[in-house]
Write a protein that binds this ligand. Structure first.
Ligand code: UDP
Ligand code: MG
Length: 324
């Protein structure tokens, strides 16, 4: 896709959304690691529609250090799409994805590269501990990853984020996938090849607010379940069957009461109201589940580009997504 393809060994991808307080410290730590690597490195920063000074800082880094390249979205498209853009543009033989907030320690990268040299195409970091994250986030993450493992068609390892190393072969496969709903961890597991984990303790955020708000995390969770599992659809069929069973039982009961116990206190309006509400809610739940899947089909079929680029630095602009 790019003219310099092949001349870069390692690409580091970092998505950035309103991280002005972090960028210089992140660059300091990441460049210290880059110095230690044995070959050419590029640092691909993706500005996901930041409204603060992040883009200016990225431009400055690019001017001072030719290894730093950047992509700037025309608006906020979300973390997964920012990573996807990074994967589209990265030129390295080996690609590493990490967060800007230093929760994923860049010092782990040489260890990941060692694993790659041993013949693994994917090396993902697995959190054994999360420092200073709220109990709500830890609990919901714990439950979610286990639920996903039970429901998903592919074996998505628990407690892994997007922090990982991938071989060019895997990156090319991910880039060739046309799907719009991109749950990178899931797609990465789906691809297969030799994969291994490295355990690490997740550091607290270096500075600034968490950019993954509750609603963003929830929508990522729902997206990943819908993209990697058809179990919710089956569940809605089961729910239908169950309510049909309950209805049959109720019919027999009501008939019995009508014929043999005409003065039974449970007959009458209350029963009818409960039945209506019960069936109504079962129908709405099933419609909702169905809607989630149909909504995904609609998204896929529209075929819009995944992101729009307003500016790039350090890349040839003939990439298909480039607007200039
Ligand atoms: N991020 C992004 N777009 C968004 C939200 C977050 O590019 O809409 C980036 C953010 O700048 C950071 C990474 O994604 O580099 C992870 O975000 P955060 O630390 O807020 O999430 P968490 O640590 O809770 O996963
Ligand atoms: Mg973070």
């Amino acid at each position: 896709m790019n003219s310099r393809n092949g001349s870069v060994k390692y690409s580091l991808i970092i998505p950035i959304y309103n991280e002005e307080e972090i960028i210089s410290e992140m660059y300091r730590r990441v460049s210290a690691v880059m110095e230690r690597l044995d070959d050419t490195v590029e640092l691909v920063l993706i500005n996901d529609g930041s409204r603060d000074n992040s883009l200016n800082l990225m431009r400055e880094l690019h001017l001072c250090d030719p290894r730093v390249c950047y992509l700037s979205f025309a608006r906020n498209f979300g973390h997964q799409i920012a990573v996807t853009a990074g994967l589209n543009f990265a030129r390295g033989q080996v690609v590493v994805i990490l967060d800007a907030d230093l929760q994923d320690p860049p010092e782990l990268i040489p260890k990941m590269i060692e694993k790659w040299q041993q013949g693994y195409q994917v090396v993902y970091a697995q959190r054994v501990k999360r420092k200073q994250e709220s109990w709500f986030k830890r609990l919901s993450a714990y439950i979610f990853y286990r639920l996903l493992r039970r429901l998903a068609d592919v074996d998505i390892p628990a407690d892994t984020g997007d922090f990982c190393l991938m071989d060019r072969q895997v990156v090319d496969l991910l880039n060739a996938m046309p799907e719009r709903n991109r749950y990178i961890r899931g797609l990465r597991a789906w691809v297969g090849f030799r994969q291994t984990a490295i355990a690490f303790e997740r550091e607290p955020r270096f500075a600034g607010e968490v950019k993954y708000t509750f609603s963003k995390s929830l929508s990522l969770a729902i997206n990943s379940l819908i993209s990697f599992s058809k179990v919710p659809l089956r569940l809605s069929s089961y729910l239908g069957l169950l309510s049909a069973g309950v209805a049959l039982l109720m019919a027999i009961l009501v008939l019995y009461w009508r014929l043999y116990e005409p003065h039974s206190p449970v007959t009458g309006l209350a029963t009818i109201m409960i039945a209506i509400f019960f069936l109504g809610s079962v129908q709405l739940i099933c419609l909702g589940i169905l809607g989630e899947y149909i909504g995904r089909i609609y998204e896929e079929i529209k075929g819009r580009p995944l992101y729009t680029l307003a500016e790039v630095g350090g890349f040839d602009k003939f990439n298909q997504y480039s607007v200039a």
